[in-house]
Write a protein that binds this ligand. Structure first.
Ligand code: 4AD
Ligand code: MG
Length: 498
């Protein structure tokens, strides 16, 4: 058995591909079958002359997603997707699929989500999962090369790490347990044993709002480093992101192309230093006239774009009636793209007034909401590192800025192009007495944190860490507008199946 992504090694040889029919069209004496096998798509040419009547007829019954083995000669063809074609000498049908529900025509998101188990086979979804895998692997490579060890933090926990409002509670024999929101506190313990560690695991938050950035189950990568201050923490976050993005640009360009990802900003993120601004500076930007101007401009240009592509749609629809079959398919595809783009623009047009209001009414001391992050990051073409947030809005474990007690030594990395927060982190409070008083201020029970407090009793040191959200990173690198397409089976409010 040969895989499609290996075909370049088999030019002019006979191989057998095993896969599923992605698409097919037929003329009198030839079937063109686009076969997908998980590694790629290959056009297979099944001609009556070559395979004989019986096989030819059977191949003609193969509907979308039928499973099949095709044997044939590998022929280089630059116009073909993947660069190679298979000239079939034999076709063995494994199963003729029922009518497949996901056809090349347009489907609503709800329908696709209900059929996620099948939707995963579609080309764009395939590409996104390939990129996700490459990101995961690159993250491991980065930390291993930097001398970190990976640790597995527990999923059942007895205490909250990131506030108590979005905890999933479950029974744990005679007591209550929570699904972990973050492995950080355990990571701190492990860092005192190994110096530099990172977790890579699922985390859970009962997010009760439906947004394009929030899942209830998501994967987080949390490095924790003994003897690191905020500056070193920021340097590490930047170095890691540059490494991961560089790896994806290098290894996954074909997938990014399928996703129609314009990679300019990703390349910039690799080549240029990230902007670093304080929270206070970020607030100033948010409330500036420049921001208002930009949003006005955006509104106008979006309106113009909608008008233009609506006109294009009208034109090509006129052509549709008399067009040849292949051209009809092209037009259908283009109309599908136009509709997707219009949906996006209309969402922007609904959002812009909300963003404007949120920016105008923002006051120093609050945390940035999704809208604020979008507006802020629209103005940068590399990731922005925002540091020193008001301590009030941040977690109990963050160390205060020795120069201003109102501020926490916190760090968020906001991805550009409107993506917003992908990393949250901080330097940790390392003083026992201060930490005790923080627990009180946050109304957190001292008993359940006694083990955590021990870390400050026995050889406490300055230390720092951060958490990278995997799905938000996938969304940004792939240019996806919603995190639901960044994980095989997303869990969100109202979505537990499939
Ligand atoms: O900013 P957060 O809440 O930070 C922490 O959990 C720290 N304990 C991390 C640390 O310092 N070790 O979450 C970190 C990242 C966010 O920046 C975001 O990318 C992601 O986790 N994240 C989510 N991703 C998807 N859905 C959600 N509901 C998310 N909540 C956070
Ligand atoms: Mg955060």
């Amino acid at each position: 058995m040969t895989y499609i992504n290996q075909l370049s090694n088999y030019e002019n040889e006979t191989v057998t591909l095993k896969g599923w029919v992605y698409n097919s069209r037929s003329s009198k004496a030839i079937h063109f079958i686009e076969l997908r096998d998980g590694t790629g798509i290959c056009q297979c040419i099944v001609s009556l002359d070559e395979v004989g009547e019986e096989v030819f007829e059977e191949a003609g019954t193969l509907k979308q997603e039928s499973s099949v083995e095709i044997t044939g000669n590998v022929v280089k063809d630059d116009r073909s997707i993947g660069g190679y074609e298979l000239h079939a000498s034999g076709v063995k049908v494994i199963q003729v699929a029922d009518n497949y529900p996901i056809t090349p025509k347009e489907h609503g998101v709800e329908f696709l989500m209900e059929n996620r188990h099948l939707w995963l086979r579609s080309r764009r979804q395939w590409a996104a999962m390939q990129v996700r895998n490459a990101i995961q692997f690159a993250i491991h490579r980065f930390f291993q090369k930097e001398g970190f060890i990976q640790m597995d933090a527990p999923i059942f926990t007895g205490n909250a790490a990131e506030g108590t409002t979005n905890l999933f509670e479950t029974e744990y024999f005679e007591e209550k347990a929570y699904l972990t929101q973050s492995g950080q506190l355990y990571g701190e313990a492990m860092a005192m044993a190994h110096g530099k560690i990172y977790t890579f695991g699922p985390t859970f938050r009962a997010e009760k709002s439906k947004t394009r950035r929030h899942l209830t189950e998501f994967w987080m990568i949390e490095p924790e480093m003994a003897f690191y201050d905020l500056k070193m923490n920021m340097d590490l976050a930047e170095k890691m992101l540059k490494f991961v993005i560089g790896a994806i640009l290098e290894e996954k360009s074909a997938e990014l192309e399928i996703l129609e990802r314009d990679t300019t900003s990703l390349q910039k993120a690799v080549d240029e230093p990230f902007k670093r601004i304080s929270y206070t500076e970020a607030v100033e930007i948010l409330k500036s006239e420049k921001t208002t101007g930009l949003l006005d401009e955006m509104e106008n240009s979006r309106k113009e774009e909608v008008n233009e592509i609506r006109k294009e749609e009208e034109e090509i629809r006129k052509e549709h009636g008399s067009a040849k079959k292949w051209r009809k398919a092209q037009i259908d595809q283009r109309i599908k793209e136009i509709h997707a783009r219009i949906d996006q623009i209309e969402e922007d047009l609904r959002n812009i007034p909300v963003w404007k209001k949120s920016a105008a009414e923002f006051e120093w001391g609050s945390d940035f909401g999704g809208s604020d992050e979008t507006v802020l990051t629209m103005q940068f073409d590399t990731p922005v590192m925002v540091h020193r947030y008001p301590a009030e809005v941040k977690a109990f474990y963050m160390k205060r800025d020795p120069e201003d007690d109102q501020l926490a030594l916190a760090l968020d990395v906001l991805a550009p192009e409107g993506y917003g927060e992908i990393i949250g982190g901080s330097q940790r409070e390392d003083d026992l007495d201060v930490l005790l008083s923080r627990l009180k201020e946050h109304d957190l029970p001292e008993e359940v944190f006694s083990w955590y407090l021990d870390l400050r009793r026995y050889g406490t040191v300055p230390h720092s860490g951060f958490g990278l959200g995997l799905e938000r990173t996938v969304a940004w690198l792939c240019g996806l507008t919603h995190v639901r397409e960044t994980i095989p089976f997303p869990r969100m409010m109202g979505r537990l199946r499939p």
